[in-house]
Design a binder for this molecule. Structure first.
Ligand code: GLC
Length: 535
């Protein structure tokens, strides 16, 4: 493996990093029980170093009943036994760092599990108790309090599902997500103190960054007014008091030189950029790129808006094509509608995987050439498609909450294929994986792709190895025909992506560095193909 290029102590590493998202449950199963675990990740660190990534973002590995894949946390200071132990997490963080790979953990501040000791104490203590003040408990409306306290919509498939659950003692409690995920009261000082302690707990263990789940939802209007009667300022989305919370978090992170990436779904670029002011979060996910259809004009607009919205606050952009919540890229790009929208997910959508894969290869070169940091979701580098999970095996609450209309998110969470010819494609040796793998999974296995010069994995490995040469300076658009995106980066590298039906002439260049597919016989770039060139 040689000396890792990122072993250097670079305080600005996050401004242009490639960050690999590990969904622990489905990455690699070290103990053979069918669930991915930290032992599995540790055994595959050489693979991740070989891929060349700078950091790993781990979705929650804490103690959890896994009602929402671990986004329902019982204890932030404990690792769930299904995944391993705290000592193992510490080893993993250190071993990764020795390979030049930093660790980012996922903190879920909006809510906890209904099994969290705070919530259990609140249930036991009864209406009006100080224990209930850590959450949002309210009496109901109507003569007998039988109606929920307000009209807020759920944030989770099935917007019509209730966000309030009534207890036998008459009180209702708020949960923007499932009933097993009660929302914390961020106006309470103990909630703020606890989360700063949790940050320190993980920074003390060598964690280099924190991903903040549902980062724009924490603060609530203390009166919890009806949304219909009180749309502005929004009673629970993007409230100004949140910035005080994140300024305080930033001071903690700065003590450790650690960084944040916020999950901030906001349509308004100006409101989005407020989270990235120099004394707040370092970065936030750019969902406009992830949801954008495969269309040159729309992509260019998304790129321009993203860069423009980040510039005033001096924050680097992030580029994400998929994650554990959305349809896998090769599948999305192989459909008639190539945009991503939670509301449009359905069973049985026709998909042309060859087309989607060709586009996803081009999109990989596009996103890895853009200025800022890039997130790669496990399996994206293998070109895994979205799997159709048999309905009796679906675990994601989105499926149930939508009354079966939404297939849920399990299709992008299927355990990875590592070795062709091994049981369960080498994910784990003994027990069947927690989600079934499609029959063709072995054909995507890592060992096969490593041998194949044309595989998606080989493309990612080459691209990530070349990428540091681009620097983190701006991009300059070059003149190009309709449907073609062409830009140059700081040290004279050009990226050209052809989304048009006709082959495109390449701009003047001295060398073809990398292509997502072959050029045609006339040396032109075919449709749905990207190339990196040296000017
Ligand atoms: C975020 C996570 C998602 C989770 C939700 C509730 O959107 O990415 O997986 O279900 O928050 O915590």
């Amino acid at each position: 493996m040689g000396q890792p290029r990122h072993a250097r102590k670079d305080p600005d590493w996050w401004r242009s990093a490639v960050i690999y998202q590990v969904y622990v449950r489905s990455f690699a199963d070290g103990d053979g029980d069918g669930t991915g675990d930290l032992a599995g990740v540790r055994s595959r660190l050489p693979y991740l170093a070989g891929l060349g990534v700078d950091a790993l973002w781990f979705t929650p590995w804490y103690l959890s009943p896994l009602k929402d894949g671990g986004y329902d946390v019982v204890d932030y200071r404990a690792v769930d036994p299904a995944f391993g132990t705290l000592a193992e997490a510490e080893k993993l963080i250190a071993e990764a760092r020795a390979l030049g790979i930093r660790t980012i953990v996922d903190i879920v501040p909006n809510h906890v599990s209904d099994q969290h000791p705070w919530f259990r104490a609140a249930l036991a203590a009864g209406p009006g108790s100080p224990e209930r003040e850590l959450f949002h408990f309210r009496p109901g409306r109507g003569p007998d309090g039988e109606l929920p306290p307000n009209d807020w919509p759920s944030q989770f498939a099935g917007a019509t599902e209730p966000v309030w659950t009534r207890l036998p003692d008459g009180d209702w409690y708020l949960h923007l997500f499932t009933p097993e995920q009660p929302d914390l009261n961020w106006a309470h000082p103990a909630v703020r103190q606890e989360h700063e302690d949790i940050l320190r707990f993980w920074f003390e263990r060598g964690v280099a960054g924190v991903r903040i789940d549902s980062a724009a939802l924490l603060a609530k209007d203390p009166d919890l007014p009806d949304l219909a009667a009180h749309p502005e300022p929004h009673p629970f989305l993007d409230r100004d008091e949140l910035h005080t919370v994140y300024r305080s978090w930033r001071r903690v992170a700065d003590e450790y030189g650690a960084v944040f990436v916020g999950e901030v779904w906001l349509p308004d670029p100006e409101r989005f950029a407020r989270y990235l002011r120099p004394d707040e979060l370092h970065t936030a996910f750019n969902f406009s790129f992830l949801t954008c259809p495969w269309d040159a004009g729309r992509l260019r607009a998304a790129i321009d808006t993203t860069i423009a919205e980040h510039a005033p606050v001096g924050a680097p952009a992030t580029w994400v094509l998929c994650n554990h919540d959305v349809t896998r890229t090769v599948t999305r790009y192989g459909r008639a509608d190539t945009a991503f929208d939670f509301a449009a997910k359905a069973f049985g959508t026709p998909t042309d995987l060859a087309l989607g894969t060709r586009r996803a290869r081009a999109a990989a070169l596009l996103s890895l050439a853009l200025p800022g940091s890039v997130y790669v979701y496990q399996g994206e580098e293998l070109g895994l498609p979205e799997a159709e999970i048999p309905v009796d095996r679906i675990q994601d609450p989105m499926y149930v909450r939508s009354h079966g209309a939404d297939p849920g998110r399990d299709g992008c969470r299927v355990p990875l294929p590592w070795v062709d010819g091994m049981p369960y494609a080498g994910f784990g040796s003994q027990a069947e994986p927690w989600l079934p793998q499609p029959a063709d999974w072995p054909s995507y296995a890592v060992d096969r792709q490593l041998q194949d010069p044309d595989s998606m994995l080989t493309l990612y490995r080459r691209a990530i190895a070349l990428r540091p040469r681009f620097g983190d300076g701006p991009l300059t658009w070059l003149p190009a025909p309709d449907g073609v995106l062409a830009f140059s980066r700081a040290d004279g590298v050009l990226c050209v992506v052809n989304l048009a039906a006709t082959p495109a002439e390449l701009p003047a260049h001295s060398r073809l560095l990398l292509g997502s597919g072959p050029l045609d016989d006339a040396g032109r770039l075919p449709q749905d193909t990207a190339a990196w060139l040296r000017a």
